[in-house]
Structures are given as C-alpha cells and as structure tokens.
Design a protein around this ligand. Structure first.
Ligand SMILES: CC(C)(COP(=O)(O)OP(=O)(O)OC[C@H]1O[C@@H](n2cnc3c(N)ncnc32)[C@H](O)[C@@H]1OP(=O)(O)O)[C@@H](O)C(=O)NCCC(=O)NCCS
Length: 164
C-alpha cells in the first residue's frame, strides 16, 4: 500500500520525469541487491551467488538500474558462445510500470549482440504473467516448458527465446 501511494504521488511529479540510468553492478551493490532479491523472490539468490557473478565478468553481465539516483532494480545475464541467457531481473516495486525493465532488457540484449550472441533465452514462472507480457513485448516467444523448474514450489517454467 505504501508503495502504491508513493507511486501515485510520483505520477506527474518530479521523480516521474527522472531519467533511468543503467550501470554495471559493483561489489558494493550486493547488500542492496540481496535485500531486494529476498523481498521479491521466493527462492532468492544468496550474496555468494551475486559475488560469483561479479567475479566472472567474461561470462556474466550484471547491471543496476537507477531512477533519479535511487536504486530501482537489477538485471543479469550470461553470454556463453552464441547465446545470451537472462538469469535475473527485478525492479523495486515502487518503480514498476515505468519501462525500467524494458530498458534494462534492451540494454542486456544489445550487450549480448556486442559479445557475439545470436540468441537470447530465459526461464519464467508459468504464473508470472507480468514478466511473460514484458518478454513478449520484447519479441520473445514461448519455446517450451521445463517441468518443476522451480523445484521448491514445484512450479513449471516457460522457456522463452528470440533471435538477436
Ligand atoms: C517483471 C518486472 C521485472 C517488470 O518490471 P517493470 O519495470 O515494471 O516493467 P516495465 O515497466 O518495463 O514493463 C514493460 C511492459 O511489460 C509488461 N508488463 C510489465 N509488468 C506487467 C504486469 N505486472 N502486468 C502486465 N504487463 C506487465 C507490459 O507490457 C509493459 O508495458 P506497458 O507498461 O506499456 O503496458 C517487475 O514486475 C518485477 O521485478 N517483478 C518481480 C520479479 C520478476 O518477476 N522478475 C522476472 C523473473 S523472470
């Protein structure tokens, strides 16, 4: 409820107009990223998971989105051979529906192209209709289902992909 009110107050206000910036994730971002990861996801990545990603920049791409200087989310991918695999994407609830995830995804896709990737792929919970819409808007199509991919909750994943 607090987030919704804040969001409405921002509608038409100064922060609404604030530019979104996307920058590489730093080691010093990990506590903030883990804070939101635990709030947003039922099976959150650990601090060590994020650390391992930042220590492997040849494969791993990790970015932070900021809006008006405030932390607004993060996005991650692996670029392996000709495939860009989106591994994590989250936007802080009070910053949602402003196009931030779309911008972050376009940024990741562009980085993937620069690294020579020809395809992008990801898994998404079958119940996550908002994210599925986002990926479809970005040109991803459902390629198949991975049964019980989210094993703790026993939920299936759609595999979605597109050419770059
Ligand atoms: C999914 C998520 C990343 C979207 O972030 P966002 O910044 O709000 O998304 P955007 O504003 O860029 O949305 C772009 C488009 O995606 C679609 N979309 C995004 N969220 C949606 C929702 N909740 N319901 C329906 N469509 C949605 C819409 O088509 C939207 O375009 P529109 O606003 O012009 O209609 C965000 O809701 C989130 O962090 N969710 C929890 C974590 C998660 O599910 N991550 C993805 C795991 S695979």
């Amino acid at each position: 409820m607090y987030s919704e009110t804040r969001s409405l107050e921002r509608g038409g206000g100064e922060t609404e107009e604030a530019p979104v910036t996307i920058r590489p994730m730093r080691f010093s971002d990990i506590p903030t990223v883990v804070y939101w990861e635990r709030k947003i996801f039922p099976s959150p990545w650990s601090p060590e998971n994020f650390l391992a990603e930042l220590e492997n920049p040849r494969v791993s791409i990790a970015v932070v989105m900021e809006c008006g200087g405030e932390f607004a989310g993060y996005a991650m991918a692996w670029a392996v051979a000709d495939e860009l695999h989106i591994t994590n994407l989250a936007v802080v609830p009070s910053f949602r529906r402003r196009g931030i995830a779309e911008k972050a995804m376009e940024y990741l896709l562009q980085l993937g192209r620069q690294r020579g990737c020809r395809y992008a792929q990801l898994e998404v919970r079958v119940s996550n209709t908002g994210a599925i819409r986002l990926y479809e808007k970005l040109g991803f199509a459902k390629l198949g289902i991975r049964k019980k991919y989210y094993f703790r909750e026993g939920e299936d994943a759609f595999v979605m992909g597109r050419e770059l």
